[in-house]
Each structure stands twice: as C-alpha cells, then as structure tokens.
Design a protein around this ligand. Structure first.
Ligand code: HEC
Length: 135
C-alpha cells in the first residue's frame, strides 16, 4: 500500500513537472535587443532641395539676362540682394511679390519688369535660393 501511494505520488509529480516543461512561458524581456539601432541616414535637408529647385527655376527664367550672382548687370547682383535682405519668411514673401509685380526705385532708377505669369510658389523658391547665397 505504501509503495502504491509512493508510486502514484511519483507519477503525478513527473506528470506535473513534464506538463509545466511542455508549456514554458516565454520570457520576452530577454528578447529585447540591448544594442541601439544604427543611425538612419539623414535625408537631404529640405532647404537644400529648395535651393536646387530655386536655382534651376531661376536659370530657366529670364532672370540671368539682367542679374548675375556676383556682379551688377542691369539689376543688382544676387549676392548684393542676399546681403541686403536676411533670409526670413517675411523677406521671401516681399521679394517674391516684387518679382511677380515688378520693382523700381529700390536699387536705382532702372525698373525690374513684372513676371505676371509666375506662380508665387516658384517665385518664393527663387528668392530662397538667392537669399541663401550669403557668404
Ligand atoms: C529686365 C531686367 C530684369 C529681369 C529680367 C529680372 N530682373 Fe530682377 N531686378 C532688375 C532690376 C533693374 C532690379 C532693381 C529694381 C529696383 O531698384 O527696384 C531688380 C531687382 C531684383 C530683386 C531685388 C528686389 C528688391 O526689392 O530689392 C530680386 C530678388 C530680383 N530682381 C530677382 C529677379 C528674378 C528671380 C528674376 C527672374 C524671374 C528677375 N529678377 C528678372 C532687373 C531684372
């Protein structure tokens, strides 16, 4: 009798243990990687994309017939424009408006012709390019 009880106890212990082992609770806390992820390559900065776009828009328009980057032509050099106006949203708006509507009396007596067909968005990109020429 004593043997039988011992036997049953042993069996039930083995069964209980094997049951426990067959369904272990996964320890997810150990799966968390301790290494930090490698730095993601930073995409081209927005302003440099606008710079390139403004530059190509400007080269595709009539601007360079009257303006040069580093010398006065009929209009002021773009370096001079960049030196006169800080690169602020207000100045970008102001100058984009002057490109579209034309301008006179700011740099001399020769007026800049209006560009009525130009979108404000494109004019602003050109101004952003010009104002970032500052050395
Ligand atoms: C017919 C010649 C001519 C063309 C073409 C021309 N400009 Fe001008 N631009 C001028 C003159 C002249 C001035 C100076 C006007 C003044 O004194 O108000 C000027 C002034 C400017 C200024 C400064 C405005 C200010 O208020 O200080 C900017 C910016 C400018 N031009 C950008 C451009 C861009 C961009 C284009 C092409 C889309 C362009 N210009 C095409 C002659 C021209």
């Amino acid at each position: 009798m004593k043997r039988t009880v011992l036997f049953i106890l042993t069996i039930s212990t083995v069964v209980a243990c094997s049951k426990k082992e067959s369904s272990p609770v996964p320890d997810y806390s150990k799966a968390v990687p301790t290494e930090t992820a490698p730095p993601v390559e930073t995409p081209a900065h927005d302003s440099s994309a606008i710079f390139a776009e403004g530059k190509s828009l400007l080269e595709g328009a009539d601007c360079l017939g009257c303006h040069k980057v580093d010398a006065k032509l009929i209009g002021p050099s773009y370096n001079d424009v960049a030196a006169k106006y800080p690169n602020t949203p207000g100045n970008i708006d102001l100058l984009a408006g002057r490109i579209i509507d034309g301008s006179s009396g700011v740099w001399g007596q020769v007026p800049m012709s209006a560009h009525p067909g130009m979108s404000r968005e494109n004019a602003k990109k050109m101004v952003q390019y010009i104002l970032s020429l500052k050395k």
